[in-house]
Design a protein around this ligand. Structure first.
Ligand code: HEC
Length: 452
């Protein structure tokens, strides 16, 4: 009896030990499967582009579609080429409203899955297919009613096999009185159009009176007459609703200057881009105006952009904020030779803060939108320092000719060097309030984290 009891105890011990062991092994070398581990990552971070009717060359929705790409996926993911997100994560602001990048853990999961032979695993682990916003309706209409204004670009015919095209027509908005905009949606008109539309930018050209101090503050002398960014279409982004009590102002006589990047996909496709605009009701004026500024990295005028052959060039410029403001985003703009850009804030007390540094690839015009509680709040008198690096060597794969001198110009073989930055300007009093509210929020966050 006692022997029997002993062995039962022993058995229990052995079982316990075995379970403990296997759970350790589980944590370290857990078999990673498509159904359980990889499919959720693809849904979250890849399928905006990698699904039927989007811009990427192949769909990564089902296991059968994904399996043949396993090796390529590992290589693109480990090298951080995919998903496109070129911000330097080691410096500056860490949280973004539109961060599409993979965490280190997600990269590790994908790499281990590929190394393990890219198994499917248990099909019942598969998450439900992700639902995407409808592509043929205006999604904000549910909230605001039908759009007040729809503006469509002229049609563009893209050949089946052709070089990339940058199409820049101008369209009147037809607006007859000043109106405040609270939401905008934008999209290629047809589903097929999505396949050839790499990105689309709608800039606003209007005479909004140079007496607007905030707008003037962001408009360098060289950028006069340059239209501000109004809206852009990029995969995964369909629109933008203004923050509470904030809007963009549309003036009579305003025009939309389109900048649409088309690329051929082996099938001739004709398409346009359309934009739906939702106004604040007449008479309701938001308190804050968002002004999109072009912050140059070139001091003393565009003629000073000087990129000698076979060299890496650096340019830098300083912009004084004549009003306090909240910096909403960072969108570097350069052409084929673009290599990197940074934006720093030099505070009135002389402290220098790195806000963002990003490497640059011409294929991706990435816009880094700061998270709600991370968007820098800067006092009046802050200097924004923009630095741009151009790589005019043979080491730059996009470089059409490293033996050419390159200066400023509109063509993609010429260069530019500026950041598009949306600033919400405010009075000193409002700045103090926002600053205090932010501080209170951060303190609350920190103390709740300490309690956990
Ligand atoms: C913003 C859109 C976008 C997102 C998000 C995105 N991709 Fe891509 N991907 C593309 C486009 C466009 C291409 C083709 C152009 C290129 O190779 O850069 C591509 C190419 C690739 C390729 C190379 C295909 C080939 O022909 O060799 C792989 C592999 C890939 N993506 C994997 C992924 C994975 C995995 C994710 C998510 C973790 C992802 N991508 C997220 C747009 C995207």
């Amino acid at each position: 009896m006692s022997a029997l009891r002993l062995s039962a105890v022993r058995l229990a011990l052995v079982v316990a030990a075995f379970t403990a062991c296997s759970s350790v092994a589980w944590a370290a070398g857990e078999p990673v499967t498509f159904a359980k581990d990889v499919a959720p990552i693809l849904q979250e971070k890849c399928q905006a582009c990698h699904r039927a009717d989007s811009i990427a060359p192949m769909s990564l929705v089902t296991y059968e579609e994904t399996r043949p790409w396993a090796r390529a996926i590992k290589s693109r993911v480990v090298s951080r080429q995919m998903p496109p997100w070129d911000i330097d994560k080691t410096v500056g602001i860490k949280h973004f409203a539109n961060d599409s990048s993979l965490s280190d853990e997600q990269i590790d999961t994908i790499a281990r899955w590929v190394d393990a032979g890219a198994p499917l695993g248990n099909p019942t682990d598969m998450p439900k297919a992700r639902e995407w916003p409808k592509t043929n309706v205006w999604n904000y209409a549910a909230q605001f009613g039908p759009p007040d204004l729809v503006i469509t670009s002229p049609k563009f015919a893209m050949g089946a096999n052709s070089q990339d095209a940058w199409y820049r027509p101008v369209t009147d908005t037809g607006v007859e009185e000043a109106r405040w905009v609270r939401a905008i949606e934008i999209r290629p008109t047809t589903l097929k159009g999505r396949k050839i539309t790499h990105h689309a930018v709608a800039r606003l050209r209007q005479d909004d009176g140079f007496d607007d101090a905030a707008a003037r503050a962001t408009r360098g002398s060289d950028a006069a007459g340059t239209p501000g960014l109004f809206m852009e279409w990029a995969v995964g982004k369909q629109g933008e609703i203004a923050r509470p009590n904030t809007g963009k102002l549309l003036m009579p006589g305003s025009k939309i200057v389109w900048d649409i990047h088309y690329h051929a996909i082996g099938e001739a496709i004709t398409d346009s881009v359309e934009m739906a605009i939702y106004f604040y009701p007449k008479g309701q004026e938001p308190k804050y105006r968002q002004v999109l500024g072009q912050f140059d990295a070139i001091t003393g005028g565009r003629q000073n952009l000087d990129i000698p052959p076979n060299s890496i060039a650096v340019h830098q410029a300083f912009h004084v904020m004549k009003q306090a403001g909240r910096i909403e985003n960072f969108q570097p703009h350069m052409h084929f030779r673009g290599k990197a850009m940074s934006m720093e804030a030099i505070l009135p007390d002389g402290t220098v803060q790195m806000l963002s540094h990003a490497s640059f690839t011409f294929n991706w015009h990435l816009n880094y939108i700061y998270a709600e509680d991370d968007a820098p709040l800067l006092p009046k008198g802050t200097v924004l320092r923009i630095t741009a690096w151009h790589d005019n060597t043979a080491g730059n794969k996009n470089n059409p000719d490293p033996n050419q001198w390159v200066g400023w110009g509109d063509r993609t073989v010429d260069e530019m060097a500026h950041a598009w930055v949306n600033v919400t300007y405010m009075s000193d009093e409002d700045y103090d309030k926002e600053f205090a509210a932010r501080k209170a929020k951060l303190t609350a966050k920190a103390s709740s984290a300490a309690l956990r």
